[in-house]
Design a protein around this ligand. Structure first.
Ligand code: MYA
Length: 225
């Protein structure tokens, strides 16, 4: 649908808020590899039944590595700039729990623009388990919150979630490609009404409606209402 979008040039640059910005292409391949290895490590730790000697050795090794990595830490709020296939520029926090490039706990959910809004695919392992074999309801809400927040940011300007209502229609399975979609339904001043869905095997397992309230951008208060 057609929404009340603003020109790309009016989107806020996080640098204007004093936030450091890293271009996605500047993230070293070695860091991406580390993130992927630790993502697998979390799954291995969550499920291991290895003997106690192996567990003790692994704990000591991980403690040592953690100490070496903590010597140099990023500033909280560091943003990553992503160039979408559509040509749009998107900003997100680099450690975002759902989509962050450097967060090994993120699945991650990567979203791309479609004529309707945003779409992405993600497959979740037992790290995201709630009931046996199923995705935790809080994580379902997190996926939907990220998708509706991102579509609001990409199609209008960034905002915070004021209200999120999730309907859990069917169990959402682990180890199954999940399609996540989101769209802007309407815009009223700073209020952006959005909706999103998760599908497994083409069937909706969860859907959400949400209200995003756009952040006030210095110098544009009158435009934003
Ligand atoms: C540059 C940065 C780039 C960032 C990229 C990000 C990528 C995105 C990905 C992130 C994805 C993850 C996303 C996350 O995880 S966001 C994290 C979770 N959300 C929060 O922490 C938000 C906490 N809440 C607040 O900070 C404030 O309440 C906000 C900012 C939301 C509004 O406080 P503000 O003082 O600014 O505005 P206002 O109070 O004058 O309200 C304005 C209008 O809204 C209406 N209203 C408000 N609340 C509700 C409600 N509950 N139901 C119905 N209506 C509500 C209100 O009546 C009014 O309407 P009207 O009277 O004008 O008609």
């Amino acid at each position: 649908m057609t929404v009340n979008t603003q020109p790309v040039t009016e989107r806020p640059d996080p640098r204007a808020f004093g936030l450091p910005v890293v271009e996605q292409a500047q993230i070293p391949a070695e860091l991406r590899s580390l993130v992927a290895r630790v993502h697998d490590l979390v799954d291995a730790v969550a499920n291991t039944e290895a003997d106690t000697d192996t567990l003790a050795e692994a704990a000591a090794t991980v403690e040592g590595v953690t100490g070496r990595l903590n010597v140099a830490r990023r500033q909280i709020g560091t943003m990553v700039q992503r160039d979408l296939q559509s040509g749009d520029v998107e900003y997100g926090t680099i450690t975002n729990i759902v989509s962050g490039d450097t967060n090994p706990a993120a699945p991650p959910l990567l979203l791309e623009r479609t004529p309707e809004g945003l779409r992405g695919e993600v497959t979740l392992n037992t790290v995201y388990q709630g009931p046996p074999g199923l995705v935790h309801g809080g994580w379902i809400a997190a996926l939907l919150d990220q998708a509706v927040g991102s579509v609001s940011a990409v199609e209008t300007t960034p905002g915070l979630t004021a209200k999120l209502e999730v309907n859990y229609r069917r169990p959402t399975p682990l180890f199954t490609p999940l399609e996540v979609t989101a769209e802007v339904d309407r815009v009223e001043g700073r209020k952006v009404f959005v909706s999103g869905r998760i599908r497994a095997h083409g069937e909706v397992t969860a859907e959400a409606t949400a209200l995003m309230v756009q952040v006030r951008i210095p110098g544009t208060e009158t435009q934003q209402g």
